[in-house]
Design a protein around this ligand. Structure first.
Ligand SMILES: Nc1ncnc2c1ncn2[C@@H]1O[C@H](COP(=O)(O)OP(=O)(O)OP(=O)(O)O)[C@@H](O)[C@H]1O
Ligand SMILES: [Mg+2]
Length: 200
């Protein structure tokens, strides 16, 4: 039987912004110390950027690697059709950080794969932290935004996305409209707002 700990704090981070706005760069910094890490790495960029990450392209191989791994970091580079199984793998592994790059490719406002829903709604009790990264929040799964413990917004291209995130964060849209390259604004579940800029 797996251990369930209902007292664990949920950590669900939604990272949004246009292409090149600093989403992945910021995410890579956040996860740099994680010892159990699993990444849906659609652009195949994590194994070259974060030390110690093993790149895997076959979903069965991912499942068998996870089963025998206590501490390990995996970037999965596969087909969109693998996403549901990927989420099952992350849920079964537990006690990990799970990054999903470009959520809008694998979910939509009306439809999210069942295993993704399970990961978002029940992952907390199994010690799973989620980073969901997307250029297009208004076109992604809405459950994750409602459950997020941190909304991290980088510069955004589309007015629909700027309006959407401003409403979700309950801040003035001007705050998001005025973001410059590599700047961000974020709000946590305690309602605290933080502004910053990515440096390399
Ligand atoms: N290690 C680095 N050193 C210097 N600049 C970097 C580094 N990594 C990324 N950048 C630059 O920072 C910017 C943001 O890159 P990043 O990959 O975070 O964008 P992104 O928001 O994830 O975009 P996309 O949606 O296209 O994936 C880009 O201009 C990129 O060239
Ligand atoms: Mg990126």
């Amino acid at each position: 039987m797996r251990k369930v700990d209902t007292s664990r704090a949920a950590k669900i981070v939604v990272v949004t912004g246009k292409s090149g706005s600093g989403k992945s760069a910021w995410t890579k910094k956040q996860i740099s110390r994680s010892s159990r890490l699993i990444i849906w790495d659609i652009d195949d960029e994590y194994s070259g950027a974060v030390k110690g990450i093993k790149r895997i392209t076959n979903i069965k191989e991912l499942a068998s690697e996870l089963k025998k791994t206590v501490r390990g970091k995996f970037a999965f580079v596969g087909a969109v059709s693998d996403f549901d199984l990927f989420c099952r793998c992350a849920f079964a592994w537990g006690d990990c950080v799970c990054v999903v790059e470009e959520l809008a490719d694998v979910t939509s406002p009306g439809k999210a794969p069942p295993a993704w829903g399970q990961l978002v709604r029940r992952g907390r009790k199994y010690g799973i932290s989620i980073y969901a990264v997307t250029q297009r929040p208004a076109e992604s799964d809405k459950t994750i935004i409602g459950n997020a413990s941190l909304l991290h917004v980088c510069q955004m291209q589309k007015a629909t996305d700027r309006r959407y995130m401003a409403a979700e964060m309950d801040i003035s849209q001007t705050e998001i409209d005025q973001l410059k390259p590599l700047e961000y604004i974020e709000k946590n579940s305690a309602g605290e707002i933080k502004r910053g800029k990515i440096t390399f």
